[in-house]
Design a protein around this ligand. Sequence first.
Ligand code: HEM
Length: 216
Amino acid sequence: MTSEAKAEINLTDEILSVGVCDVFRAGVESMTVAMYWTVLYMSAFPEIQEKVRTEVDDKISDNYDNAHKLPYLQAVMHEVYRFSSLTPFAKRTVGDSLTLADGTFIPKGTSVLLNLWALSRDPNVWNEPYKFNPDNFLKPDGSFDGSKVEKMMPFGYGMRRCPGEGSFKVLMPMLTAALMSNFVIEPPSGVTPDLEPLFGISLSPKPYKVVLKPRH
Ligand code: HEM
């Protein structure tokens, strides 16, 4: 951008570098935690892991660019976003004072947290919401059920919705497909994977170990 164009929108070098840092931090943290969850779930649910591997072996060779088009892997990835609820809240500031249906008054300027976690556990939408089940995102014919995606909001909503969602939804299946086709993931002998999260700004798994067995 020219310096005139920057001045027009008050874009200083400082704002730009803080913005770039924000994107990196938000991206690296969430991607890392999402990968931790994926590996942990795969170690905990070997049948699901094997179904992903069979689909990857059957449908793609060593180029994972189109992994996000594999229906079962898509369903598994969305179930990872739903079940881990790794970003449990989104923050909003109330623009105009409002009164809720139950009479609660919320003044202008109040900070509110949207409970994204609860949406991913709504028993009216999800069959057995406290169980990891990729079938939540599959139609009876085995194709990916996109209609279920908008029933949850792991990436937030509206103007402030996560700007990383699109690239993330392509990258995660690529990484997972590559992992599945090269390794079998198992818990260490005698260990039952602990799926309870550590509470924080993001929900991450407790530190854990897995065994990666090379397939080739
Ligand atoms: C599992 C992956 C991710 C999840 C679950 C996630 C989730 C979220 C959520 C819930 C929000 C708040 C949205 C709202 O307030 O409505 C958010 C914001 C944001 N995310 Fe992500 N995100 C992920 C990956 C990424 C990646 C890969 C990037 C960057 C490349 C990124 C960058 C950001 C940024 C910059 C914001 C702030 C947007 C704003 O406040 O206007 N995120 N994300």
